[in-house]
Design a protein around this ligand. Structure first.
Ligand code: ZN
Length: 114
């Protein structure tokens, strides 16, 4: 191998490493997006599960309320809490994250229910 060939090969390797480095960066970005989405879905899932459990309890309360006429405000409190934690409670986007913005539908719903 003469000097020119060695130099060309080193340049070629340098180029390849540069491309690999860029691919690695892209993969890393993609991975962090996936992790972010995974986290978001886990939180959403968690809240929806809680909501389902609350619904189960509410049904019991509703049945008891038929006899005793109690437990009216609790459903509202659950929804208001869910909204405060950053989730939609309106029927338009129910259960999805609010991303720190107030939602007009949610606020209308809260006022109506209050
Ligand atoms: Zn909403």
């Amino acid at each position: 191998m003469n000097k020119k060939e060695v130099f060309e090969q080193v340049s070629y390797m340098e180029e390849q490493i540069g491309q690999l480095y860029q691919q690695l960066g892209d993969l890393k970005k993609h991975l962090s997006e996936l992790l972010e989405e995974n986290h978001r879905l886990a939180v959403e899932n968690h809240h929806l599960r809680n909501r389902l459990e609350d619904d189960g309890e509410m049904n019991q309360i509703d049945q008891e309320a038929d006899d005793k006429d109690v437990g009216v405000g609790e459903g509202y409190d659950n929804l208001a809490r869910l909204y405060e934690e950053g989730f939609h409670i309106c029927n338009v986007h129910f259960g999805s994250p609010r991303q720190d913005e107030d939602c007009l539908f949610c606020l209308l719903f809260l006022n109506k229910t209050k």
